[in-house]
Ligand binder design. Sequence first.
Ligand SMILES: Cc1cc2nc3c(=O)[nH]c(=O)nc-3n(C[C@H](O)[C@H](O)[C@H](O)COP(=O)(O)OP(=O)(O)OC[C@H]3O[C@@H](n4cnc5c(N)ncnc54)[C@H](O)[C@@H]3O)c2cc1C
Length: 522
Amino acid sequence: MTSQADGAPRSAVTPQAAGGAHAAGGAHAAGTARAAGTGVTVLIPELTAVVGADGVITDPMQLRTYECDGLTAHRCSPGIVVLPQTADQVAAVVTACAAAGVPFVARGSGTGLSGGALPRADGVLVVTSRMRRIIEIDPASRRAVVEPGVTNLAVSKAAQPYGLFYAPDPSSQQICSVGGNVAENSGGAHCLKHGFTVHHVTGLEIVTPAGELTWLGDGTGAAPGYDLLGAFTGSEGTLGIVTKIVVRLTLIPQAVTTLLAAFDTTGHGGAAVSAIIGAGILPAAIEMMDALSIEAAETAVACHYPVGAGAVLIVELDGPAADVRSETAAVRRLVTEAGAFEIREAADPAERAAIWTGRRSAFAAVGRISPAYIVQDGVVPRTALPEVLDRISALSAAAGLRVANVFHAGDGNLHPLVLFDDSSAVQSAAAEELSGAILDLCIAHGGSITGEHGVGVDKSRYMPRMFGADDLDTMQLLRCAFDPAGLCNPGKIFPTPRMCGEVPGIRRGPHPLVASGQAELF
Ligand SMILES: Cc1cc2nc3c(=O)[nH]c(=O)nc-3n(C[C@H](O)[C@H](O)[C@H](O)COP(=O)(O)OP(=O)(O)OC[C@H]3O[C@@H](n4cnc5c(N)ncnc54)[C@H](O)[C@@H]3O)c2cc1C
């Protein structure tokens, strides 16, 4: 993805930019590690034999296309890019990497916002964009089998003639791949009711980091034994490469209502969110935008939201027509009680699209009112929304930087956008600091450092703020069970690229799980 031109958020050079990207993944865990930029080229003949000459990219200019994902602050040109067309080819590529001790990274559409698909200079980038077959749409069992490079929206389009759709709907759904969605456990506006990717994946064909082609889950979602499918979903490309995905398809709802409610403050909007959920209503989506993000959207797409709004809520209800009618009436009453000064209800699909236009454009629109911005992704309990938004506002004032809030309010999944001038080193550093302080705020309120964008390379340094050493070591046990050589997307998620079996410096004895006989290090 090439950032601004594609509408991806601009995130300018930060203290951990370019060089930081190398540093983060620089010391990969395998004992067979090679010096950056060398070694990997010996694989060119073998990889060419697997995927053909037109499936291998080694030209430095072309390699730069893949140097970052949607988070452009982290960049690194890959050693080699391969474009396999089949699962067998992926397996052969990974087998070659494993045999040579060369690290590899999977990449779908490169829209990730945490540097998860950041390549390695000494590694192979496995890009799935040529694996775009929708293998099966099975309306009777309401499932689809797709290859990893298929875009999210393409699944719903293929299912639509059968009255079905694929529910997880990241805002990037026109371009992001289902493989990337699985790796990030992606969500979207309608995940409040319909669930995240993990709730819709019932089987995965994967290539393990050793190069073995195998299946996780049996396609029914009811396989006995450990839930490795659940563990793999959201593992950010660190446990293997997905080559086929079995997904659930959902009935297109009989009726949909979309409401836009305008409030004086985000506090009133937040109170409305709690009131709706507290009343036992589960909308498909509840999205919030604050005054600054409304201003940005107006500038970009003239969405004509109510004048003077300090916050707007978009509430979408779907389901059987009778239910939607009664819930719509209840939501109208609840938002009025919470202080809404104007409520609009879409009368038809065109008006619905008009309401959503401002929300959908918001990330890119902020690029029009600021030279650069950081997209943050944190989670707080819904009930804490008013307080956390007030605190973000205070932090923003103290830092002298504007913060626009546009987010999945129903899930408590915040997306504060920290605006700054990337030509100023002082502002860049302050933006990073403010961004981290917002995550601290989320943690302090019992939330999380990421709701849907993943940890990747960008947030690995924040993991110790949320998890203790024991937690992180336990996660490493799982990672090492899949990838003992540490070759599969190394340098991501965890703060230090620790070798499998390595006991961390600060620990004096064995890991508690090892001591209790529940796990072993290898
Ligand atoms: C404008 C914009 C809006 C967005 N909105 C949302 C949103 O609403 N909700 C949301 O959740 N995200 C959102 N995102 C983030 C991003 O689109 C998602 O994380 C998406 O799932 C990434 O898919 P991708 O194909 O681009 O993956 P990539 O960016 O290519 O890769 C992401 C991660 O997946 C791994 N990966 C990719 N393919 C495979 C595979 N086949 N096997 C194993 N690992 C693999 C990579 O190694 C990397 O770690 C948004 C991004 C942008 C730019």
